[in-house]
Design a protein around this ligand. Structure first.
Ligand code: NAI
Length: 681
């Protein structure tokens, strides 16, 4: 089969070359090997007969270029292979840059990674003036750093401080912000693209570059080192060198070679290639694909395309209900918000305004979102809603009562959902004439930050109801994972043994700061003791009693809750809190203990994951990994708990659990499921 052309080159009557990219059959343009090979031929052709100017654009409606083809990353097996691939891209990009004609790139939609690196070889970057037009070099999120010359060219264009900040954080910014940084030369409506491109080619204005004085100063090695040290400190706050080597490699690259563009370009190839084959990069790429799959809905039971919920009614305007309502209104739904207490609604409306301002910025848009969110003390919205989510406090009878009351008033086609975090859906559904219409939609706190949503199938939940709930979460830009209605569903069930074992160690006399430090060194975003304080010790106690039984709940947890020391919200939990900050006690780390502490916390999680898979709480090891990474923050660079089990090996895992069991007790006993565990190919 002949390879399909991804580029289209036309020379107009004025001698300007118009080069369009459109990867056939793909939703987004990406740069794979074939695209680069075809581009090389075009560059050859252009160099034989130089045009008057060159304009690059995308003829796909939804955007410019989303990046290099990440699928190809997974096929790179050695550093030498990575070097060859990257060096090839460099050779083409260098030749485009060197072409002695004015070059303009026209950007709409996403311009990311390799796409932006290509754009940076052009003299002028023009971008569509809409919030959906976004630029960035997010490579560090995949465990690598820009490799197609982007590190050098972005620094040249906007200066090292701004460029490093953007690359080290993997930040993707709207075109307007990119204009302020000097990355984009002009913002305009798409319909003026071609006229503007011609104008730039005719005028040939000076190319935008970083301030000269700054660029000169940063050629001086000790000044560069000073800034590099500062950047390293900033990065160290977010990511450890051991787990996330890419940002450190990028700083090192610039520190060593930032004085000479040619050398830095050559060294970029070496530095980026060395990162490609690290476990971190492989695992982060895996997590990227898991996320894409959950978001694109390809993985799970054909839930249909995105949802078509127009009107959502939420009952219970507390922490969760209020925020679910606000998020859904932000994403364009009409939402009525009911609560028996008008003060709860008022508080939720105030929080919503803050959210809308933060996300939408423009006052007209904020007002439109506020108009979509309607206070509804008496629940008039029940009658016309397509979806009704109950988020009142965690009490079975009260929840049953709510559904018994609304079932007759709700439209027959309306989907009924509960945000319960621990009550089996089939129990709540008991008071319904048609229990098949109830589904769990379990959001996490804080709703605006936590992407994952557990879509919970009760024993009798109908498939179309499940699909509709699933589609709704996609409609509002969340990431659904389907789970069975068993206590704790997936995330809380996996998290709780970890939290409780940590508290237990604390009760045995291990220092709280040390426990937290061991967990964060392992790669958790926050230590378990701090997390327990943040979630609220009362909530932890409630969930732990439900899931693990009273006997396994550590005494200190009960004591603290009884004394009203519920954690961050009360100012005192296991830590003393001052606002958002916990005061952590000093400790001298005793030698040799930390592996044991780490395993005591992490292995019960892994053990629980195996049980969840065995019991069919989630359908696959992939979904489990994604759910646990996005629900608990489980060290993404390890690729997920099941992936970690796979790397350690089943036999070794069982052996280690049995040793923990012999030392610490039966709670470490390998769960059912280890024997028939099916992992990844
Ligand atoms: P909350 O206590 O902040 O809010 C509950 C709200 O429901 C209150 O405003 C109350 O006035 C209202 N309410 C109670 N009975 C009502 C009724 N019959 N009709 C109308 N309004 C009524 O509770 P929160 O934390 O928002 O939890 C709500 C649900 O979400 C619970 O099922 C909980 O298990 C679940 N959940 C909570 C999470 C959390 O971190 N807080 C996380 C995930 C789920």
């Amino acid at each position: 089969m002949p390879t399909k052309q991804k580029w289209n080159l036309e020379i107009d009557e004025s001698g300007i070359a118009w080069l369009a990219i459109n990867v056939p059959g793909a939703k987004l343009n990406t740069l794979d090997r074939v695209a680069l090979e075809q581009l090389e031929l075009i560059v050859d052709q252009l160099n034989i007969d130089l045009p008057r100017g060159l304009v690059l654009y995308s003829s796909k409606d939804n955007g410019f270029v989303a990046g290099a083809e990440i699928n190809e990353f997974t096929r790179i097996e050695s550093v030498a292979q990575a070097q060859a691939h990257i060096a090839f891209a460099h050779s083409i990009f260098d030749r485009i840059e060197a072409m002695p004609v004015p070059k303009v790139v026209l950007i709409h939609g996403f311009c990311l990674g390799g796409g932006l690196e290509l754009a940076l070889t052009f003299d002028y970057l023009l971008a569509e003036d809409v919030p959906s037009c976004k630029l960035g070099l997010p490579e560090v999120k995949l465990g690598i750093h820009p490799g197609y010359g982007g590190s050098v060219r972005l620094i040249e264009r906007i200066g090292a401080p701004k460029a490093m900040d953007m690359m080290l954080g993997g930040r993707v910014i709207p075109a307007r912000a990119a204009k302020k940084l000097g990355l984009v030369d002009q913002l305009l409506a798409k319909r003026y693209f071609k006229v503007a491109a011609r104008d730039f080619i005719r005028r040939v204005p000076e190319k935008h570059q970083a301030p000269k004085l700054q660029a000169h100063a940063l050629k001086i090695s000790w000044l560069r080192s000073l800034l590099a040290n500062y950047l390293e400190k900033q990065v160290a706050r977010r990511a450890s060198r051991e787990h996330y080597p890419a940002p450190y490699a990028l700083i090192k690259l610039w520190r060593q070679f930032g004085a000479n563009r040619d050398i830095m370009l050559a060294e970029e190839i070496q530095s980026a290639s060395a990162l490609f084959t690290t476990d971190t990069a492989r695992n982060l790429v895996r997590v990227f694909f898991l996320q894409e799959r959950l978001k694109s809905n390809r993985n799970q039971a054909n839930a249909g395309d995105s949802g078509n919920i127009k009107h959502l009614h939420v009952i219970g305007a507390g922490v969760m209900g209020g925020d679910i309502a606000a998020w859904s209104a932000l994403r364009g739904l009409r939402v009525t918000l009911q609560d028996q207490n008008p003060k709860s609604i008022a508080r939720a409306m105030a929080r919503a305004r803050v959210l809308f301002k933060k996300k939408l910025k423009i006052s007209r848009l904020v007002q439109a979102a506020m108009d979509r969110l309607i206070p509804d003390l008496n629940g008039a919205g029940v009658a016309s809603a397509d979806l009704i989510i109950e988020a009142i406090f965690e009490n079975l009878e009260a929840k049953q009562q709510v559904f018994a009351d609304i079932q007759a008033r709700a439209k027959e086609s309306a989907v009924l959902a509960s945000n319960t975090s621990s009550i089996p859906i089939e129990h709540i559904a008991k008071t319904l004439d048609n229990p098949g219409r109830l589904v769990g939609i379990h959001f996490f706190n804080p709703v605006a930050k936590m992407q994952l949503v557990e879509v919970v199938k009760g024993r009798r939940t109908r498939k179309n109801v499940l699909d509709a709930a699933h589609a709704y979460t996609l409609q509002i830009g969340r990431m659904p994972v389907r789970v069975k209605s068993k206590p704790g569903f997936l995330v809380n069930r996996v998290l709780m043994p970890y939290l409780i074992e940590a508290v237990r160690m604390l009760d045995e006399g291990v220092n709280a700061s040390q426990i937290d430090q061991v967990a964060t060194r392992f790669g958790m975003p926050m230590g378990p003791i701090e997390l327990a304080d943040v979630v609220g010790l009362d909530i932890c106690l409630h969930v732990a009693e439900n899931l693990l039984g009273e006997a396994r709940v550590p005494k200190s947890l009960k004591r603290k809750v009884k004394a009203g020391d519920t954690g961050k919200k009360s100012g005192q939990g296991y830590y003393l809190w001052s606002g958002d900050k916990a005061k952590k006690p000093e400790f001298k780390p005793p030698e040799g203990h930390t592996k044991d502490i780490e395993r005591r916390m992490i292995y019960p999680m892994l053990n629980e994951c195996v049980a969840c898979l065995h019991e069919g709480i989630v359908a696959s090891a992939d979904e489990l990994d994604a759910g646990v990474i996005f629900g608990t923050g489980f060290a993404p660079f390890k690729g997920g708990p099941m992936h970690m089990i796979q790397s350690i090996g089943r036999e070794k895992m069982i052996d280690r659990l049995e040793r923990l069991q012999a030392t610490y007790g039966d709670r470490f006993k390998p769960n059912d499921g280890w024997e028939e565990l099916k992992l990844f190919k």
